[in-house]
Design a protein around this ligand. Sequence first.
Ligand code: BGC
Length: 752
Amino acid sequence: MKIGIKGIVLLSIMAISACSEQKETKKSRVDDLLAEMTLEEKIGQLNQYSIGAELTGPGEKQGQAKRRYEELKNGGIGSVLNLLGAKNARETQRQVVENSRLGIPLIFSFDVVHGYKTMFPIPLGESASWDLELMEATAAVAAKEAAAAGIQWTFAPMVDISRDARWGRVMEGAGEDPYLGSAIAVARVKGFQGESLSDPATIAACAKHFAGYGFVESGKDYNNVYVGENQLMNTIVPPFKAAKDAGVATFMNAFNDIDGVPSTASTFLLRDILKGNWQYKGVVVSDWNSIGELISHGVAKDKREAAKLAITAGADIDMEGVVYIDHLKELVEAGEINEDLIDDAAKRVLQLKEDLGLLDDPYLYFDENREKETLLKKEHLDLAREAGRKSIVLLKNQDDLLPLKASNIALIGPLMKDKDSPIGNWRAAAEAGSAVSLYEGLTKALPDANFTYAEGVKLSVGPNNFFQEVEVETGDRSGFAEAINKARNAETVIVAMGETAYMSGEGRSRSEIGLPGLQLELLKEIYKVNKNIILVLMNGRPLTLAWEDENIPAIVEAWHLGSEAGHAIADVLTGKYNPAGKLPMTFPRAVGQVPIYYNHKMTGRPSSAPGQVFYTHHTDVDNSPLYPFGYGLSYSSFVYSDISVSESLLKADGEITASVTVKNTSDVDGEEVVQLYIRDLVGTITRPVKELKGFKKVMIPAGGSIEVEFTVDPEMLAYYKGDLKYGAEPGDFELFIGTNARDTQSVQFELK
Ligand code: BGC
């Protein structure tokens, strides 16, 4: 007897009333459904396409659209991406539910990375807040807006550790550190998913890209990765594990290979670690055609072989590869793969649908009224402003040029009036040009000030969008004279420079990471006529700013801050908000230092005694970064006391505490992120010179002091020593507390 999904729902409702153990009932509904499905229908659940509104109705269709529409109606598609809006989604869902044999609903997915309509800071920028509650809250609002617009699944957070600022996708992640990255991964997963996936205000999250994508060679997107087990397990994997432990509903494969094995076909990553050691029960989705790309990688001779490799490794859904739908059936029939593999993958997808509440109500997320009421709500924009100012990092503030005291101010630079760049890349459904510009923010915040304005130079020529390469302006200096003139006649000059939204992000790797185009040249000209410059940077990656740091008195890192960028920056410049952001990624002095990160290893030749030649260094640049990880200034000044530790001996089953008193010696209240680092002095394998192991963001009133305490236990000292052996090793450790990864004090303790 064919009972279909409607019949199964009815049976389940009866079963629920008969049995109090709802979880078991739910589980059996998925099993019942699976038992009901043909091989083709199961494979359909593993097929995902990007479709637009053109597929929502029957209309005239040709070519690819025709094929996809047929598959849609026949249960040949399990989930879609990029189809937006409650109305379009409802209509598409209706086509599937009413036409396919079992009426199994689709999941609608989308890259909701830092907001849906209301844009929050790009993830790298927001990570500079070190404020986990904030990041959970912005992800929750992003989920709420997306869910109201028909989406149930986001491909976020990106939890790839990234140490190479040339890689354009550093803007999407939480920076270079596994500890901070793990904490942020958890906050974002919790924010997107909330308490329950079936709540129509939450969406399923996706930990991506598993694994190693942040380590693409020379920072070139999609490039090959060469990391060993130590790097993989101790640096790259921790945020994925943290996301898994936080209950992330899905994982995504990565485009790259690791030492010869494409991640999408890696049984080690997917079967042994994720689905084996970790017992992960969620869905693994490929990246866009990353199964098809196994052919370009040269590990599969055709799509058939690619399908076989990926399903065997454990990729459950084929995103846009059209590989599973075309080849899995013949592979099963030829006896080359076991149907159990298909069953396991399909079951994971069905379970996700169950968890999302779609098996109870396929139309749960499609409420046009809710969509209208939810998008761009005032409270969402308020949160965007809050997130914006918390993400700003004050890099330099010589002679307290900030907060602004001047009232005769020249506003200069290609990003000063720009309403689009602050939205950033991966902007989901944001309206182009919808951000508050810095010009708007400042003129609103200081209505009595005397402002002049000049763009000075253009940053790019032609279009700035996701699908086109941005062309940097390199020839037109016609705006210089006006800008220089206005700067000359002002008390203070605020210069807004950096990158447009599409100079970072996917496919946007750069070999030089200074201010693009003619910006630095203009800045130097302005400096000749007026040295009171406040440089506001908007960018998606760490930049090289050696000249700027040496000469410009005040520098503010304002990333791409989202919808309310201009207000948020004005809050900081005027002193309405005291900045407290800290860099989640090291800023190099020169691009040749990259990858540069604080938690590097010693090497056999670390010494830098004067006159020494044969040690680890470049001959033309100091080994130190320009701005270290964890760095950021405040309008307050903080003084740290010595560290006191409860004991200098840590037992295998014990713990010790370390504390400092931080005093705010200024006359403004301010927040400080107090950071704890530990170094394992001798290990079985080489160990980092320092690793972040804790942090606390505290508000310290003007003139006041706060005692900050950290508990240290052996688990915090554990690491992968090789051959997947994990644990802490007895011996001596150094414990550091400080205001960034460079400026710390330390004490030693021993693990017995
Ligand atoms: C990206 C993913 C993204 C997917 C779907 C790919 O190009 O690498 O991160 O989720 O596209 O848009």
